[in-house]
Design a protein around this ligand. Structure first.
Ligand code: GSH
Length: 304
């Protein structure tokens, strides 16, 4: 099997979530750097326009979004599992909450606190990427409210841990990594605010999750990652329960885009859809044919 490549940058909380998945599964993997801002010239040939971080690549298959990365890692490397018995649905739901709510609490507090030192190009990039939602100046003006919201939600996490080592029981699950990412961002970026001070169970859990580690990464250049794709063929797609959106069929020219932020459309030929994923085939001179995989939830598909 081809190696697992993760395209990421160190300070990304979503990348940290993915690095912990790789750590749980004790994988050797290749760490490919991506810039924090556009342009990302070595990533675009692989994704076709998707710019968010992280992206996982295995040969000529490219997985966008940590929801998609989690599903694929679990399929290829089932043990240790990201979903201890009976937790798959709840872990996925809690993960969606952490990705959409807790993440924006952390972004607001970090950007609001550091607004005056965030470089202008970074501020402008995030405003453009989010149609104005991720705006450091606005976060700065609203900082007390944002800190208050975070503190209230942290209490939820504290009580989710009552009597348990991990959020869903005795063993770690995807939900732990999703909740950890935003908290990790706060602990690293605003340590002077002691973001976990009021939550002793969270503090102990935080150390347990950190101890899972990142597996065994070794560096790879973006150019070598492109060469990996070029030398490979996309894996055959076999979906046990295909489920195309109304009006869509394999072989059609489509565009797929995130529905919240970083909405750059990715154009290609629709290969497959089921209730959880969309697979699109693309070709680029630098990569040859690739399959780009997206989650179905939070992504739109339209005819090209
Ligand atoms: N839902 C996405 C969110 C990813 C995300 O928001 N990543 C941030 C970095 S933590 C990002 O893409 N920032 C802009 C960029 O890297 O270009 C996922 O689960 O992967």
């Amino acid at each position: 099997m081809s190696e697992v490549l993760l395209h990421h940058f160190p300070s990304s909380p979503f990348a940290e979530k993915a690095r912990l998945m790789l750590g749980l599964k004790q994988l050797a993997w290749r760490s490919v750097p991506v810039p924090r801002l556009l342009p990302k010239p070595d990533l675009m040939p692989l994704t076709g326009g998707y710019r968010r971080t992280p992206v996982m690549q295995i040969g000529a298959d490219v997985y966008c979004d940590t929801a998609c990365i989690a599903r694929e890692l679990e399929k290829r490397f089932p043990s240790p599992t990201l979903y201890p018995p009976g937790t798959r649905g709840v872990a996925t739901m809690l993960t969606a909450w952490a990705d959409k709510v807790l993440f924006f609490d952390a972004v607001g507090v970090v950007f609001g606190t550091h607004c005056d030192s965030v470089p202008d190009d970074f501020k402008a990039d995030r405003i453009a990427m989010s149609d104005g939602a991720i705006d450091a100046e606005r976060y700065k003006a609203d900082l007390p409210f944002l800190q208050d919201q975070f503190a209230s939600r942290l209490w939820w996490v504290e009580h989710a841990l009552d009597g348990k080592d991990f959020v869903l029981g005795a063993a770690p699950s995807l939900a732990d990594f999703a909740v950890y990412g935003p908290l990790w961002m706060l602990v690293n970026r605003v340590p002077e605010q002691q973001p976990l001070a009021a939550a002793p169970q969270v503090r102990a859990w935080f150390d347990r999750v950190a101890a899972i580690g990142h597996g065994r990464p070794t560096d790879m250049t973006p150019q070598d990652a492109l060469a990996v794709a070029k030398a490979a063929e996309p894996a055959p797609v076999r979906l046990s329960n295909p489920q195309f959106a109304a009006g869509f069929a394999a072989g059609q020219a489509v565009e797929v885009m995130a529905d919240d932020y970083g909405r750059d459309p990715v154009a290609g030929e629709l290969v497959a859809m089921d209730s959880q994923r969309i697979v699109v085939r693309r070709t680029h001179a630098a990569t040859g044919a690739v399959h780009v995989h997206f989650p179905r939830v939070n992504f739109r598909i339209r005819h090209a």
